[in-house]
Design a protein around this ligand. Structure first.
Ligand code: F6R
Length: 241
């Protein structure tokens, strides 16, 4: 694993965006695995700026997002569909036909998840997967526990994750307690993975990766098995002098 420690969030966003930009430049029809949450917002701004300056072309790029709340309609402003449109897709020239976010409004989650896996496979697999990390060490919504799931699946969210997500919801909104998410295998099958962590609240989770040990109690620690992972973290998340 390559570890890049940067000063602050601004630098983290630039370095993270550059990891993705390099793949898009080298392979204009690449397949991106994308994440939501606070962490990638700055990187998405940098990528949108690169597109605006004519430095990047997303016209042949495909994307698959990690996860979506369940149940959740795509047009709900709390949905990850909505988030991706607001923060990235509406600002670049990606073909709307080429963007994929798990359907949080489907009736049959098993069928939807199997279809999502099949779509990723038929697209040729993910070239670069962007990840944030939960303060409990989750990636996607693969929550710490006695076991993890390999493929895209429906999952309950832990109290800690719901608590962390509460900041995005107003008082009268219900915080979702379930999601559909890529599994650990889906993530680990990506050819390259870039995981970004910012702020002191991520320190324990980052330490879980850096320990070099693998445990289902810190799903991100399984990234130690992957041959091409870049961990980008700011000094606060890294937490070592
Ligand atoms: C989002 C996702 C989550 C987040 C994680 C960190 O698609 O899969 O695993 O990456 O919860 O969220 P932030 O960046 O908001 O701290």
């Amino acid at each position: 694993m390559k570890v890049i420690v940067v000063k602050d969030y601004e630098e983290l966003s630039k370095v993270t965006a550059e990891q993705i930009a390099e793949v898009v430049r080298n392979r204009p029809d690449c397949v991106l695995g994308l994440a939501t949450g606070s962490t990638p917002v700055g990187a998405y701004e940098v990528l949108a700026e690169m597109y605006k300056k004519g430095e990047l072309d997303f016209s042949r790029v495909k994307s698959y997002n990690l996860d979506e709340y369940y149940p959740m309609k795509a047009d709900n402003r709390q949905s990850y569909h909505y988030f991706m449109n607001e923060n990235l897709f509406s600002k670049i020239n990606i073909d709307p036909e080429n963007v994929h976010v798990p359907d949080g409004d489907c009736k049959d989650t098993d069928a939807m998840c199997a279809d999502y896996e099949a779509q990723i496979r038929s697209a040729g697999g993910i070239d670069i997967q962007l990840l944030g990390i939960g303060r409990n060490g989750h990636i996607g919504f693969n929550e710490p526990g006695d076991f993890l799931y390999p493929d895209t699946h429906k999952t309950d969210l832990t109290d800690d994750t719901m608590d962390a997500n509460a900041r995005f919801f107003s008082e009268d909104e219900i915080i979702p307690n379930a999601a559909v998410t890529m599994g650990m295998g889906t993530i680990l099958r990506a050819r390259k993975i870039v995981i970004a962590a910012s702020g002191a609240s991520k320190r324990e989770a980052v330490a879980g990766i850096l320990s070099g040990k693998i445990t289902t109690q810190c799903p991100a620690s399984l990234l130690n098995m992957h041959p091409d992972v870049v961990l980008v973290c700011d000094e606060e998340a890294y937490g070592r002098d």
